[in-house]
Design a protein around this ligand. Structure first.
Ligand SMILES: [Fe+2]
Ligand SMILES: [Fe+2]
Length: 223
């Protein structure tokens, strides 16, 4: 009986804890797992859906600024808050504090340089957002200040797109190949433990509402 009940409980908790509860994907690389719903990489991959929405919001805000359409300092600060408090906290922290140390533990020095590169890219992404935050303070001080904001925002979008692509094409397939389904389950539990406080406090719901509002507000300035 246990064999029947345990997967059901874990699958339902997966939807409760993942940052971006959208329809889940099935990967060809998952042939080693008995149940496709139990993949830790799938949780991480689904979070890209939210990240991409936030990148689109930032791109629209940059376009608005470039076209002299109304976009305020407060709006940019809200976008930065979503990136820091939701997309970065939710996704990058899972990788920095759970995934990478776990891979080091169970796979030794394998792909050490590659994982180090990804970790450094997270540091750079946070630096870019800090730069953006600083530049936004001068948003009302002329064309030069606006250009700087647009440049940093687009650099961050490009950089994050590339990082996502690397994880989708190299990191996740590799993890799916080398980790057993039990190891993926351990990772899922680590993710759950990390997010429990935010889930209980309704943090994800709060940011989801902000993202939807920003999408409506900035939908007028697509490329
Ligand atoms: Fe990632
Ligand atoms: Fe990453």
């Amino acid at each position: 009986m246990k064999k029947i009940f345990i997967p059901i409980i874990i699958t339902s908790s997966l939807y409760t804890f993942a940052c971006a509860p959208t329809t889940h994907r099935i990967y060809l690389e998952h042939t080693h797992t008995e149940n496709h719903d139990l993949s830790a990489t799938e949780i991480l991959h689904r979070e890209f859906d939210t990240t991409r929405r936030v990148l689109q919001i930032l791109e629209n805000a940059a376009n608005c600024l470039e076209d002299d359409k109304p976009v305020s300092k407060e709006t940019f600060n809200e976008i930065i808050d979503v990136i820091n408090g939701y997309t970065h906290k939710c996704h990058l922290e899972k990788e920095d504090k759970a995934l990478f140390p776990f891979l080091k533990d169970v796979r030794g020095g394998e792909k050490k340089d590659f994982l180090g590169q990804l970790l450094m890219e997270h540091v750079s992404a946070r630096d870019e957002i800090r730069n953006l935050s600083g530049a936004i303070n001068y948003i009302y001080q002329g064309k030069k200040a606006k250009k700087k904001i647009i440049k940093i925002a687009r650099a961050y979008i490009k950089f994050t797109d590339k990082h996502i692509h690397t994880e989708e094409k190299v990191l996740f397939p590799w993890i799916n190949k080398v980790l057993t389904s039990d190891e993926q389950l351990i990772l899922i539990r680590k993710f759950e433990a990390m997010e429990k406080e935010d889930i209980d406090a309704g943090v994800h719901e709060k940011y989801t509402v902000v993202i939807e509002r920003l999408e409506d507000q900035l939908g007028l300035c697509p490329e």
